[in-house]
Design a protein around this ligand. Structure first.
Ligand code: SF4
Ligand code: SF4
Ligand code: FES
Length: 255
């Protein structure tokens, strides 16, 4: 069913169940976020996507990544009050991730260059510096990669993400999807000509038979072949060479 509502006075529509944040972005409204990816379940951790939502004559400030669209609501994405709240949240996040360039950049957009909050203590085994506990890596590993190799460890100030008990995980396939979505870039991936190291494990890599470039880990290939439907031969060449071969075929047809 389609739901109609307003964002900053503009009439918009979306399918029931969509989040206000995803719909707003689809329509070109800018709302900051650090813990959201539309491919995984919302978690509401960073509180940056704060907006004002009016429903039935009542207004409230709320995060919108985890707020489902409703008929007739009115969403306001930017007011001095919203900016004040986001600036405060960014100060807190800056204390957790003082070296993360994406956080510093976003904070600067809200006039935040330093933080009054004490830096989060670091140093637990396996704990990532600059981790803001957004949980994106955990959700992507579980919901998209379906490896379930990551989890939250510890409590309170010692809470962090990593493999269970910070031990190398047999479930990890070294795909680095977790690192690619991490908003602070704090998941370390070491790629060399022959291997990839991530989360305390070293993986052999598959090289493209055509161009020689490494393009996935052997563990990732083995899982993809085991899960089907593509045969092992499919993983002998990299995506770029496959595309080239395909466009070559089209060119031959058109000649
Ligand atoms: S590299 Fe490992 S931990 Fe990261 S998403 Fe892939 S399987 Fe999960
Ligand atoms: S490691 Fe990155 S993606 Fe994972 S919880 Fe921390 S900040 Fe988020
Ligand atoms: S994007 Fe909504 S709380 Fe982080």
């Amino acid at each position: 069913m389609t739901v109609k509502f307003k964002i900053d006075g503009v009439s918009v529509e979306a399918a029931e169940g969509a989040s206000v944040l995803d719909v707003a972005r689809r329509y070109g409204f800018e709302i900051p976020s650090l813990c959201h990816h539309e491919a995984v379940t919302p978690y509401g951790a960073c509180r940056l996507c704060l907006v004002e939502i009016a429903k039935g004559g009542r207004k409230k400030l709320t995060t919108c990544c985890n707020y489902e669209v409703l008929e007739g609501i009115s969403v306001v994405t930017d007011t001095p009050e919203i900016r004040r709240h986001r600036a405060m949240v960014l100060e807190l996040i800056l204390a957790e991730a003082p070296d993360a360039e994406p956080v510093r950049r976003l904070a600067a957009e809200y006039g935040v260059r330093t933080t009054r909050f004490p830096a989060k203590p670091k140093g637990e085994a396996g704990e990532k510096r600059d981790c803001i506990l957004c949980g994106l890596c955990v959700r992507v590993c579980s919901e998209i990669v379906e490896a379930n190799a990551l989890t939250f460890n510890g409590r309170g100030e010692k809470r962090g993400v990593g493999t269970p008990y910070h031990e190398a995980s047999d479930q990890c396939i070294g795909c680095a999807s977790c690192a690619s979505v991490c908003p602070t870039g704090c998941i370390e991936v070491k790629d060399t000509a022959d291997a990839r190291e991530i989360w305390g494990r070293k993986f052999g890599v598959v090289r493209c038979e055509s161009c020689g470039a490494p393009f996935m880990t052997e563990a990732h290939r083995d899982r993809a072949v085991a899960d089907g439907p593509l045969p092992a031969e499919y993983f002998k060449t990299c995506p770029a060479c496959k595309r080239k071969a395909l466009s070559g075929r089209f060119a031959a047809v058109g000649a």
